[in-house]
Design a protein around this ligand. Structure first.
Ligand code: NAG
Ligand code: NAG
Ligand code: NAG
Ligand code: NAG
Ligand code: NAG
Ligand code: NAG
Ligand code: NAG
Ligand code: CU
Length: 527
């Protein structure tokens, strides 16, 4: 499990990684699990300094919850930190209770210091594990200058940078194994702003799950995860007894984007290894930082189990969204620190998403509060251009708005996600709340419906909730809009999200109670 550790003041809030494991095959008994989470700051020693991080119940990574498919979870969250928080749960669906989804100002206002909110939901039809993190609006403070955020000092595995960093030998995570053991590694990218490669020296990884859905097993030396993605791999301890590093470092695609180029490690240690503490573990060879070919080779092997795949074919909503960065012109000054007298921005279909600040979008929808959002998010780019070619500066300034796209309950939705070259092409991990989707195709350059549609995989496409749109390329996803509510759709790179790379879907109620969202809980946080 990786997460990013940074020392900037604005990064204090990122360090949550809560993991829930549950066993789908043992379903039947529908139990209710009660948990209390106290979100609080804690001082830890990292990289030769004392630093304050945000923890759940004093633990980082956070606690593990074990539950089964069909179980109910009641999680009482109390904010004892000094900033607003909100929690979002990956990999499960809050059917009819979108109020428990979490993103601040989308489904409810943030949980303010001292306040409590109880998340209640049922685990529905997913296997695997999920995690959760703070997507606090505090990030907006880092936006003051309009420049790119500072890079972090280290990545971490289970909260520890590992012994390639200064002052970090002591805490380095160790996994001790017997020869022949089969180990399940649940790898979660909890980094704020960085895609990561992960590999274990001399050992093959068998991928069995991605984003809380089982996939056809395949073996690989290296995996890549965007922020928000999860991958479960099996590893067999079949090498000579010794010590081997597990390591992760950046996959970085933005042109001239500074990034943290350090490597985080943990140690896989055979119990029978001689001279345990003295010998240096074997380091895996990680791909080059810009090795898109390895990423493509990895992602193209990911296939769902066809019996689980009911890919929608008659498309009701055929959407085309550009995803990318932008520049807003500004007069020189402290708030104008982007390139060439600009502030950095980001958008989908040229709309840079703005959060409301007096209520959440879901409350505004449910309670008919006017003036909070509009439902005119464009289904296709307002201007057609050579998306991945040389783009004129005249096109780079987006518009701002809180625009939703409305779909009828049960619609079959297809979205072409197209990267743009505005400022730079870049791999964007796009995350959809409330749903898993099929990834029916992806490629490089501009999507060409004539050439590319016929190559869609409608048999065993990967099932995900976060798709890395290839850098300078496109990805096509499909899902059935059978979960009513307001669902955020956004880039999981936090700086891009806060620059506006986000919109929301408004999925209307269907017919009858089972297709209608429940009323909000009494303790829903208000602004
Ligand atoms: C980035 O780091 C520099 C130097 O440490 C600091 O002056 C600046 O305020 C930081 N920028 C942000 C956005 O935190
Ligand atoms: C990381 O970046 C620093 C500074 O830009 C450079 O000196 C160093 O060689 C880089 N390390 C690697 C492993 O690329
Ligand atoms: C990757 O980076 C290397 C060295 O920085 C460079 O020579 C190479 O052209 C880059 N490859 C791609 C595909 O951008
Ligand atoms: C900034 O301006 C320079 C000179 O006109 C140009 O080469 C560069 O591409 C511009 N940068 C951006 C991000 O537009
Ligand atoms: C709240 O949102 C409105 C509408 O976007 C904006 O004009 C106003 O400046 C915001 N207020 C604060 C305190 O952010
Ligand atoms: C975005 O909208 C602005 C304002 O209408 C316009 O100037 C710009 O060219 C548009 N860019 C794109 C990529 O559509
Ligand atoms: C915390 O949330 C409240 C309610 O939305 C808001 O008024 C306040 O400005 C937020 N504080 C910060 C630091 O974002
Ligand atoms: Cu992005």
């Amino acid at each position: 499990m990786q997460s990013k550790f940074c020392c900037n003041r604005q990064c204090l809030f990122i360090l949550l990684g809560i993991i829930l494991s549950f066993v789908a095959s043992l379903a039947d008994a529908e139990e209710t699990h009660y948990h209390e989470f106290v979100v609080q700051r804690k001082v830890v020693n990292r990289l030769c300094n004392r630093r304050k991080i945000i923890t759940v119940n004093g633990q980082f990574p956070g606690p593990t919850i074990v539950a089964r498919n069909g179980d109910k979870l009641v999680i009482k969250v109390t904010n004892r930190a000094s900033s607003n928080i909100s929690l979002h749960w990956h990999g499960i669906r809050q059917m009819r209770t979108p109020w428990a989804d979490g993103p601040a100002y989308i489904t409810q206002c943030p949980i303010m210091p001292g306040a409590t909110y109880t998340y209640r939901f049922t685990i529905e039809n997913q296997e695997g594990e999920w995690w959760d993190r703070d997507i606090n609006a505090v990030m907006r403070r880092a936006l003051f200058s309009g420049a790119a955020p500072n890079v972090s000092d280290a990545y971490t595995i289970n909260g520890q940078p590992g012994d390639l960093y200064r002052c970090s030998r002591q805490g380095t995570m160790k996994i001790r194994v017997n020869s022949g053991d089969k180990v399940l590694l649940r790898v979660i990218n909890a980094a704020l702003n960085q895609q990561l490669f992960f590999s274990v020296a001399n050992h093959k990884l068998t991928v069995v799950e991605a984003d809380a859905t089982y996939h056809k097993p395949f073996t690989t030396r290296v995996i890549m995860l965007g922020p928000g993605q999860t991958t479960n791999v099996l590893l067999t301890a079949d090498q000579p007894p010794a010590r081997y590093y597990m390591a992760a470092r950046a996959y970085a695609t933005g042109r001239n984007n500074p990034f943290d180029n350090t490597t985080t490690t943990a140690i896989l240690e055979y119990k029978t290894a001689r001279s345990r503490s003295s010998s240096r573990p074997v380091l895996p060879q990680l791909p080059a930082f810009n090795d898109t070919a390895t990423v493509t080779a990895f992602t193209s092997q990911l296939k769902s189990i066809p019996s689980n795949a009911k890919v929608p074919t008659n498309i009701d909503e055929s959407l085309f969204f550009t995803v990318g960065l932008g520049l807003v012109n500004c007069a020189p000054g402290p708030r104008c620190q982007g390139p060439n007298n600009s502030r950095l921005a980001a958008s989908m279909n040229n709309v840079s998403g703005v959060l409301p600040n007096t209520t959440s979008i879901l409350q505004a929808y449910y309670q008919n509060i006017p003036g909070v959002f509009t439902t005119d998010f464009p289904p296709s780019p307002p201007v057609k251009f050579d998306y991945t070619g040389t783009v004129s500066r005249a096109l780079s300034q987006p518009t701002f708005g809180t625009k939703l796209y409305k779909v009828k309950f049960g619609s079959n939705v297809q979205i072409v996600l197209q990267d743009t070259a505005i400022v730079t092409t870049e791999d964007h991990p796009i995350h959809l709340h409330g749903y898993h989707f099929f990834v029916v195709g992806q490629g490089f350059g501009n999507f060409n419906p004539k050439m590319d549609t016929s190559k869609f995989n409608l048999i065993d496409p990967p099932v995900r909730n976060t798709i890395d749109v290839p850098t300078g390329g496109w990805a096509v996803i499909r899902f059935v809009a059978d979960n009513p509510g307001v669902w955020l759709f956004h880039c999981h790179i936090d700086s891009h999200l806060t620059w506006g790379l986000a919109m929301s879907f408004l999925v209307e109620n269907g017919i009858g109670k089972s297709q209608t969202i429940e009323p909000p809980p009494a303790d829903l946080p208000q602004c």
